[in-house]
Write a protein that binds this ligand. Structure first.
Ligand SMILES: [Zn+2]
Length: 294
């Protein structure tokens, strides 16, 4: 039995936000889940993140309040938390007083996203993510499947198939192929997808369609069920998929290799060729390692 955790990075809308949209499937062998979960927990505990959701995009940002607190890195974790909270509260109050309470709402929301990480400096957060990426990279029985779409390839004309659906189709297809190659009658796979109200219905529909008539390339014989939509705050596997999706997107967008190189060994390969990952760039030449090894 194989579990494939699915998460994305970047926004799928053409012409908005990030230049890339990345969908990742991180496949683990179910019998090994307990050990892997324990290893992740150990790293999280070491950084005071035992009960926190790992959200890579929020962890990699600069928190300006931290930078303004003198000798922040010399403070104990709890003092750091207290001081950041005090600085943020003061800032929210100031905005509410000068521009009205409504104006402070978006910032309050933003602060909440990083609330669990304020006791760690940027370099500690980065060290944590690298440790986690190294851990994933070392799991020999784990496989990565991903579709990274350069949305600028489409110009201003949206593609016939929306990026999220296109990427989901590729990831499902590659996971299915992997399961067939692994062989064995009892080797089936299940998809655990980060819950997202805007896409859950459509992806369920799409998966039903694949079960009935296959993807464009293959029949679906090994993946069972439609995706189980789970809460990423509670499901560690989805948080790891989020880390991988972030690493791949930043590599494709900016050539950042720090996290990418650590997880890349897990990209599914057949006869030395990376078949698990693809970088869609349309007609453009791309010399990135994903395009070169594909
Ligand atoms: Zn490329």
């Amino acid at each position: 039995m194989y579990l494939c955790y699915i998460d994305e990075s970047g926004v799928p809308e053409i012409g908005q936000g990030t230049s890339h949209f990345v969908l990742v499937g991180l496949s683990i062998e179910a019998w090994d889940w307990k050990r892997q979960d324990r290893e992740v927990s150990e790293i999280k505990r070491k950084y005071g993140l035992a009960n926190a959701e790992v959200h890579t995009g929020w962890m990699t940002r600069r928190y300006l309040e931290q930078e303004r607190i003198p000798d922040f890195d010399k403070l104990a974790w709890n003092d750091r938390r207290i001081q950041v909270k005090a600085a943020r509260d003061a800032h929210l109050l100031k905005i509410a007083a000068t521009r009205g309470p409504r104006e402070a709402q978006p910032l309050r929301k933003t602060y909440r996203k990083s609330e669990a990480y304020t006791h760690l400096t940027l370099s500690e957060r980065s060290a944590f993510l690298k440790e986690l990426a190294d851990l994933i990279g070392g799991w020999g029985n784990t496989r990565l499947f991903s579709e990274s779409i350069d949305k600028t390839s489409f110009g201003t004309t949206p593609p016939l198939i929306p990026p999220r659906e296109e990427a989901f189709t590729h990831v499902v297809n590659r996971f299915e192929r992997y399961l067939v190659d692994v062989g064995g009658q009892h080797n089936v796979g299940l998809l655990a997808h980060d819950h997202d109200e805007t896409s859950a219905d459509r992806l369920t529909q799409l998966m039903r369609q694949f079960h009935a008539s296959g993807t464009m390339w293959n029949r679906i014989t090994r993946i069972i069920e439609t995706p189980f939509f789970v809460d990423s705050r509670l499901t560690v596997g989805v948080q790891l998929a989020d880390l991988c999706a972030y690493a791949i997107r930043r590599y494709c967008e900016n050539g950042e290799t720090d996290l990418f190189n650590r997880i890349y060994p897990r990209a599914h390969r057949v006869a030395g060729h990376v078949v698990g990952l693809r970088h869609y760039v349309k007609g453009r030449q791309c010399s990135c390692i994903i395009c070169s090894n594909h």
